[in-house]
Design a protein around this ligand. Sequence first.
Ligand code: ZN
Length: 424
Amino acid sequence: MRPIPPQLRAAFLAASLLLPPFLSLASPRHAAVSGIRFWTNEEYTRVAVDLSDEAKYEANFLRADPESNLPPRIYIDIEDASIREEILRRPVEVRNGLLKVVRAGRFRKGVVRVVIDLERESGYRAFTMTDPFRIIVDIEGKAEAASTEPGGDTPQPHRGGALLQRDTRCKECPPEEMSPVKDGGGSEPRRAGGARIRVMLDPGHGGKDPGAIGPTGLKEKDVVLAIGKMVRERLERHEEFDVKMTRDSDIFIPLEERTAMANEARADIFVSLHINASPNRRAEGISTYVLSRGASDRQALELAARENGVPLAKLTGVKFIIDDLSTSWRKKESLRLAKTVNDAIVRNVNGRFGPVHDLGLKQAPFYVLVGARMTAVLVETSFITNAREEARLRGTSFLAAIADSVVEAVRYYGEKAAVARAGP
Ligand SMILES: [Zn+2]
């Protein structure tokens, strides 16, 4: 076996900290591959393999085999699995300079193999999300200019994927100095002088998922959507910001898709908006989170389980990879933004509505933040289960105070980041 090149070593090492080699521990039951989705730009692709049930799987990397005319590829073998005919017949064409095609077949009896043909060797991470079970593969690599020319053959998503975006913004940016593979890609600020700061706002839940529900029936999904729209409207008044939302209507979007949308759009800042909840009806206050493999405390872990839509037991048995090795820069930045957001909300709510409980900065394994390639925070504004806080959340002026705070924090953070980048 030839040695693993250094740019791949980091990804392998990160993966091996958990379950080498990407070997899942799920109980073997028959599962059907029901879909393959992807989101992509020239330097990042997320592939999601949907299954009808939990399954054992193993992911591995294969070097190019010129003799057989095979490109470098990642394959995922799924045991005790079947596959729908329409997926067998329809390979997913990507061809974006990073990936060629995603195809699936019956490898041997009872084993389905999903193969991701790469344009060139790239770092990757594989992990699972549950309820419903899906295998997520994040592939990261630097774009090669020659192979990224937009053409008339823009591939379309196979099923429910976001549209492929051809974003030319970063072609004007200076090349990144850090190795994108080693560090998970896009670690240094992408923003060149004068370029706009792209913000992806993510109102949690939506559609069939109402999120937490208050004692008088107020739904988290509606409150966070209202806040998100207010933030967008306010941020768009400042021309240095380019604002996008994962949703601006009452629709359901899976968690992995929200992150993928932010990555695909090359967002600089990702803000996921939520309202807290607790069986303790007296629980109240404001907290802001960043991603971590462990949780700050029991409440943080319970919160992450609820926001992830999984039972606590499934969350504690870590079945997904948080690439701690690659995210130190990003985590530091995320902590900085989270503190700025939290402080702003507490200060503004205190000033306009009276004393508010500051639960502070926390960390927990939120699915929606896993794999985010930018400064990313999750805001938990108030407890919808607290009657007094629920009543506040019904008021437009309260939501406006929250929105003002997020805008204030994002602007402050954006300015500081710009100054830091321009400085000596
Ligand atoms: Zn939520």
